[in-house]
Structures are given as structure tokens and as C-alpha cells.
Design a protein around this ligand. Structure first.
Ligand code: NAP
Length: 302
């Protein structure tokens, strides 16, 4: 089988390529990079079944999916002030759809998000909603893998670890949230890509979670275990989210991240989930502790 990953540079793209390369079905893989100097060393070392090509989902002319049995699409995040993330997601998804149809590809797998079914109130997840709307009929079979919160998002919290604390926007501190490891996203998406189209109605939609839900207290304990040091948590309460994100992102991006964050806290649309995903829920096996151990550069803290 021949699988195309577009774009290949997001963390989830790399995880899926790794899982495809390790799979006994031995597919060949083509990864699209808008900048070929970003191809990771482990892939640039010319794996015989992997090919990196230059292409940008913003530029239809650079996309050629001829010969692909399946296409894996990720909607790239946009962090630029004043740019409409929904309009951008629509444009790049339409480009992918056009290229898929032109090449007669029979299956598309979209990395999506929990809450992508909602057209308002979810902040940055609205880009995933726009992608789902655009790609729903792109190919005879389309699969939306709606991922929960990435465990690797906690990487940003690690920046303050040397000072002995981390910020958490997941409050109250004992509020549980489904989370999934990027490694498990890669394994699930690779398996979906290698499963030939079936007679099931398209699009196929499911949620992808980790083995359990986790709270900020669980994160605090995982960091303490990984580092062998006690770590203070500084909660960012709901009404402080706008100011918190405004300190790290341009204003329009900060607004979207604050809205997304509120949407999964108590009373938010993702927590209430009035129109839950109807398909089955899949569960990754990787525990938060394993991801935190991987993220924490223990040596750097010493
Ligand atoms: N984080 C979560 O908890 C979560 C949960 C559910 C779903 N999601 C979704 O997962 C997806 C991936 O998010 P992420 O934060 O994990 O991404 P990420 O790893 O930060 O990926 C960003 C990458 O996208 C590439 N990129 C950006 N614009 C591009 C373009 N026009 N053409 C080609 N490549 C482009 C960039 O590559 P270069 O700069 O190297 O070129 C960059 O490395 C998003 O759709 C997000 O909504 C995230």
C-alpha cells in the first residue's frame, strides 16, 4: 500500500509515519513538508519505504497524490494575529480534497478533535470543524479521528519546572479530562490508513482517548515521580484564562485558546457534550506517566 501524509511535519504526522514504518503490512510512505530542511534526521536517513517531498497545503499546485491508497491529513495550526483560522482551515482542506479527487484516492483519514462537531463556542477547535465539513465527502471512505487533549501539551508547563512550579489551566485541580498520547494517535491513524475501505457508511467518526482520564493533580504527581522532586502547581482559574493566553499568543489567537480551554472545563460545551460522537470510542494504552517521563529532561533539572 502507498500512504501519503500531508503535512508530515506536525508531531502527529511523525508519530503516524513511525507507526506506518513499523507496521508488518510494510506500506510505502510519502510525507509532504513545506520546508524540506525540517525532515527529521531519523527519516532523512533515507528509509527505503519513506520519501519526503516539498509541498504546502496552502498551495494546491504543490500537491500530487497520484498512486496513494490513502491520504492522512492534519489541519495545521495557525498562530498569526488577525488571520481567520476557520477560513484558513477551509482553504487548506479544500485544497486537499481537490488533490484527493484528482488522484482518485479511495480513503482519507483526518486527524480531528473532540468537539469538531460543534460550529461555535470551541475556539481553536473550529479549525477542525471546518476541516471535517470540507472533507466529509472527499473520497469514497473518509475517517475522522477525533482526538482528546494531547498528553504532550504539558510540555509547555515544563518550561517553569526549574523554578519549582508549573501553571495549569485545567481547573479545579481534581477535574478529570480525557487525554491521549501522540504515540497512540500515530498507531491508531496508521491502522486506520492501512485498513482498506469497507462498506460502512462514510464518514466513519470516532473519539480517541488514552487509557483513563487525568487531573492536574495526576500531572503534578507524574512530574514529581519523573523528577524525584516536589513541584508546586499554580492554577489558572477560568476568569484568568484570557490574560494567561494573552501573555503568550497574539490577541486573536489568545482569544481562541481561552475559548477552547473554557469549552472543556466544567459547564463548557465539550464537558456537557450535547451532541456526543456517535461512533465507538477507541483507547490508547500509553499512560500519562510515560509521556511525562519522556517530556521531562531530568538531566536539565539537575
Ligand atoms: N493539541 C491538542 O490537544 C489537540 C487535540 C486534538 C486535536 N488537535 C489537532 O491536531 C492538529 C495538530 O496540532 P499540533 O498542535 O499537534 O500541530 P504541531 O505539531 O504544532 O504542527 C505544526 C506543524 O504544522 C506544519 N505546518 C503549518 N502550516 C503548514 C502548511 N501550510 N503546510 C504544511 N505544513 C504546515 C508546521 O511545519 P513546519 O513549520 O515544520 O513547516 C508545524 O511543524 C491540529 O489540527 C489540532 O487542532 C490537537
Amino acid at each position: 500500500m502507498h500512504i501519503t501524509v500531508v503535512p508530515a511535519s506536525p508531531k502527529t504526522g511523525l508519530a503516524t509515519i513511525r507507526a506506518l514504518l513499523a507496521d508488518p503490512r510494510q506500506p510505502t510512505i510519502r510525507g509532504y513538508y513545506r520546508n524540506l530542511s525540517k525532515v527529521p534526521a531519523e527519516l532523512a536517513a533515507q528509509h527505503p519505504r519513506f520519501e519526503a517531498v516539498r509541498g504546502d497545503v496552502e498551495d494546491l499546485e504543490t500537491l500530487d497524490f497520484a498512486g496513494s491508497d490513502a491520504v492522512f491529513n492534519i489541519t495545521p495550526p495557525l498562530y498569526q494575529e488577525g488571520r481567520d483560522i476557520v477560513a484558513h482551515a477551509r482553504v487548506v482542506s479544500e485544497n486537499v480534497k481537490t488533490a484527493v479527487r484528482k488522484a482518485g484516492v479511495r480513503k482519507v483519514v483526518l486527524l480531528s478533535s473532540v468537539g469538531a462537531q460543534y460550529g461555535s463556542g470551541t475556539g481553536e477547535i473550529l479549525s477542525n470543524h471546518a476541516a471535517e465539513v470540507a472533507l466529509a465527502d472527499a473520497a469514497p471512505e473518509v475517517a475522522f479521528v477525533r482526538c482528546t487533549y494531547f498528553m504532550e501539551n504539558w510540555a509547555t508547563a515544563l518550561e517553569t519546572l526549574p523554578a519549582g512550579f508549573f501553571f495549569s489551566t485545567l481547573t479545579p485541580l481534581d477535574f478529570p479530562l480525557p487525554m491521549v498520547a501522540i504515540k497512540d494517535i500515530g498507531l491508531t491513524c496508521a491502522d486506520e490508513l492501512l485498513t482498506p475501505p469497507s462498506s460502512s457508511p462514510s464518514p466513519i467518526i470516532y473519539e480517541l482517548r488514552g487509557p483513563r482520564e487525568y487531573t492536574t493533580v495526576d500531572v503534578q504527581q507524574a512530574i514529581a515521580q519523573a523528577t524525584g522532586k516536589e513541584i508546586e502547581v499554580r492554577p489558572v482559574e477560568k476568569d484568568g484564562l484570557d490574560a494567561f493566553y494573552a501573555a503568550v499568543f497574539p490577541p486573536s489567537v489568545a482569544k481562541l485558546f481561552a475559548e477552547m480551554n473554557r469549552s472543556f472545563l466544567e459547564g463548557g460545551i465539550l464537558a456537557l457534550d450535547p451532541e456526543p460522537t456517535k461512533g465507538e470510542t477507541k483507547y490508547g494504552k500509553t499512560e500519562l506517566g510515560e509521556v511525562i517521563r519522556g517530556l521531562v529532561g531530568v538531566d536539565e533539572l539537575d
